[in-house]
Design a protein around this ligand. Structure first.
Ligand SMILES: Cc1cc2nc3c(=O)[nH]c(=O)nc-3n(C[C@H](O)[C@H](O)[C@H](O)COP(=O)(O)O)c2cc1C
Length: 147
């Protein structure tokens, strides 16, 4: 039998400093590391970010989720990491994503606005369930836009 699956949702304050290019480079480095490391331990998930904050969903075995989150929490590119949810799940929501991502691209600016994320989303008020729903909706949208 395979190990039970868990899903973790957190948000944090973006601490990346510099201009847009520096920000894009830092995000690219985070995604590269995620896509290298996460498949090795069976983690999937998605990352939502803007200039102000990050929100991320990690899913996999409890051991893998906890070890990955432990490492992420130490990262100086963000701060004030707040755990919103850690719970067992029946199935993965992001099975195709070693780490999908949603930035505030021009393409999905309208969708950001529609969901109320436009003027810097406030993950504290959204809650884990809503962040999860938003990521599911937007990460799939990015996939369609990218295709
Ligand atoms: C917001 C944020 C999300 C991150 N997500 C992941 C992740 O899902 N997986 C991962 O391995 N590293 C993630 N990282 C990077 C880790 O903190 C760490 O830098 C990286 O895992 C180190 O990998 P390496 O030892 O292979 O270079 C994230 C960092 C930040 C700031």
């Amino acid at each position: 039998m395979s190990e039970p699956l868990y899903q973790l949702v957190y948000y944090s304050r973006n601490a990346i400093r510099g201009d847009e290019t520096a920000f894009a480079k830092a995000i690219a480095a985070i995604l590269t590391a995620s896509r290298r490391n996460n498949p090795l331990v069976g983690i999937t998930g998605a990352l939502l970010f803007n200039a102000g904050c990050f929100a991320q969903v990690l899913e996999g075995s409890l051991d893998a989720v906890e070890a990955t989150f432990e490492r992420i929490q130490q990262d100086e590119r963000h701060g004030d990491v707040s755990l919103l949810a850690l719970e067992p799940i029946a199935a993965r929501s992001f099975s195709n994503w070693a780490m999908g991502f949603v930035g505030h691209s021009r393409e999905n600016a309208d969708r950001f606005a529609a969901i109320g994320l436009d003027s810097g989303f406030d993950p504290e008020r959204l809650g884990g369930q809503r962040i999860h729903e938003i990521l599911r909706e937007l990460v799939i949208q990015e996939e369609v836009v990218a295709a």
